[in-house]
Design a protein around this ligand. Structure first.
Ligand code: ACM
Length: 520
């Protein structure tokens, strides 16, 4: 077994002889714009080693140094690629961009013993890294994970830990699912009831939903929480320092009952509704009045001020049409706008958001239902009901992020032995299936332009059955480690057996980081 067990597998790994041994006398040499990553490396090494290594612009040392340098000569590896050389006297990371230096640092950390991820020294570790030459760059630009903090609120401390875990895996996109029927989780100053009312539900369904209302049981425990705008700024900045972009999702026109509970005029009946206590596809959806579109654009004004992300997610999934069919106002709206049906009414809603976002230099992204009734001109599609939506959108010249449920829904069970798994949403998605996912489907692979519309892929962590950070970690790992290899590693370098060989060392890293992974 090679000593070099990096996840995700780099493009090229050439082991050489010997070890670099880190000692308290080492220095980090990081001139100019490399300094920030140099400081991050010093901070990453300090807790577990107890060594507070100085970060300097230059050094006359000939041994015991770690050099970080920005180098345009490596621009062929892109801004996220890097070259990492470990020799007995010296470690060197070179990259054309800061993100590349950061990823070189992640690979270097994984060359040291897993104890390097602990929060304090154990006292008896020799900090050896095997000598090697690594050249590396990601396969896809969108390497993501989604987290639903709406079905169950996740504390900010866990959101920050989750971002650290993305960075460890060289993932660069955090899709923050902030609004749902069961809770609205982001402070919007113009509409305070969204969190005063919408962030709290009276209680939560126990177990699985039953068609028979009499069989449904609730826990009687108030649940909720939200992120203040300062919390959001902190999370976004924390992620940015780790080269992770935060894509906020504000659901519309469906999955909106919490917002309608706060502002009943956004709904179709004018009657008060509660923040939902149970899961599923709920018929209560926003109406498509101009005032509602303006309300959501008012929400977006604050969202755009908080999130620098080019992509803004507007949901768009699972919009039952029954309330619009029954509503005289919505039927009049369809006629007034010259639309054919309720699908076109939904498309109209999304198009208004597309215009709004495009005018502000942003790009709309939504779940694949936004294809129904006609795709908005500048929209990017996140394909979750398999790949069909993604293939259709890419064929029509739109960008796509692959998120098919059968490969990337990490809330699905990891084993068919349900007696020994936590209560879940059902379905079965083993580690090997996640690992085997190929984001470019055969229908697109023959045409480079179409294939190029696939920006990448991401994992989904829906939290109906994931009530705590521990349960999120259990479902996420090690499958998210497998997904990291799907989106980073060249297809021809992927090898499930080899991945399993590297996994025990990686699980030791996750254990050091107190991640509640599932033993494979
Ligand atoms: C989804 O799973 N409704 C996107």
């Amino acid at each position: 077994m090679s000593e070099i067990q990096i996840i995700p597998q780099p493009v090229s790994v050439k082991p050489t002889d010997g070890h670099f041994t880190l000692t308290p006398e080492a220095v980090i040499v990081a001139p100019g714009a490399a300094e920030r990553t140099g400081q991050q490396l010093a901070a990453a090494l300090a807790p577990a080693t107890g060594f507070w290594l100085p970060v300097q612009a230059s050094s006359s040392l000939t041994a015991g140094r770690i050099d970080l340098a920005l180098d345009d000569a490596l621009s062929g590896l892109g801004l996220e690629g890097y070259r990492l050389t470990v020799a007995p006297e010296r470690v060197e990371i070179r990259a054309a961009g800061e993100a590349g230096l950061f990823y070189g640092m992640q690979s270097l950390l994984q060359l040291f013993p897993p104890e390097v991820f602990r929060a304090a020294p154990l006292g008896d570790t020799t900090w050896n890294a095997p000598c090697v030459e690594i050249e590396d760059m990601p396969r896809f630009g969108w390497r993501g994970a989604h987290l639903d903090v709406a079905r169950h609120f996740m504390p900010k401390s866990f959101v920050l830990k989750f971002i650290d875990l993305l960075a460890l895996h060289k993932l660069n996109s955090f899709h923050w699912h902030l609004t749902e029927d069961q809770g609205w989780r982001i402070e919007i100053k113009r509409y305070p009831r969204l969190t005063e009312v919408g962030a709290w539900r009276k209680e939560t369904l126990v177990g699985h939903w039953s068609r028979n209302q009499k069989e449904r049981r609730y826990d009687g425990v108030k649940h909720g929480g939200f992120y203040t705008q300062d919390d959001v700024r902190e999370v976004v900045a924390y992620a940015a320092a780790r080269h992770v972009n935060v894509v906020p999702e504000i659901e519309m026109p469906g999955h909106a009952q919490a917002a309608i509970a706060a502002y009943p005029e956004l709904g179709n009946t004018g009657k008060p509704v509660e923040v939902a206590r149970e899961w599923g596809v709920i018929e209560e959806v926003f109406n498509v009045e101009e005032s509602t579109i303006q309300f959501m654009q008012g929400v977006m004004d604050e969202v755009l001020a908080l999130f620098p992300s080019e992509f803004i997610h507007v949901g768009g999934d699972e919009v039952p049409k029954v309330y619009w069919q029954k509503s005289p106002a919505m039927q009049a709206r369809i006629r007034e706008l010259g639309l054919k049906d309720e699908d076109e009414l939904q498309s109209y809603f999304i198009r208004q958001m597309d215009v709004y976002l495009t005018e502000r230099g942003r790009r709309l992204i939504g779940w694949d239902e936004i294809l129904e009734g006609g795709l908005a001109p500048n929209a990017t599609v996140m394909s979750w009901r398999g790949e069909a939506g993604g293939i259709a959108a890419a064929t029509a010249g739109h960008d796509v992020v692959m998120a098919p449920n059968t490969y990337t829904y990490l809330d699905y069970a990891q084993s068919q032995d349900s007696a020994n798994e936590p209560l879940g949403i059902g379905n079965y998605l083993p580690l090997e299936t996640v690992y085997g996912y190929e984001p470019i489907p055969p229908a697109l692979s023959a045409d480079a332009a179409r294939a190029g519309h696939v920006l990448g892929a991401q994992a989904q962590l829906w939290s109906e059955y994931l009530p705590t950070p521990r349960s999120v970690e259990y479902m996420a790992f090690p499958r998210l480690s497998a997904l990291a290899e799907v989106v980073w590693t060249p297809a021809e370098r992927k090898d499930y057996g080899d991945f399993l060989g590297r996994l025990p060392e990686h699980l030791a890293r996750l254990a050091a980081l107190d991640v509640n992974y599932r033993k494979p």
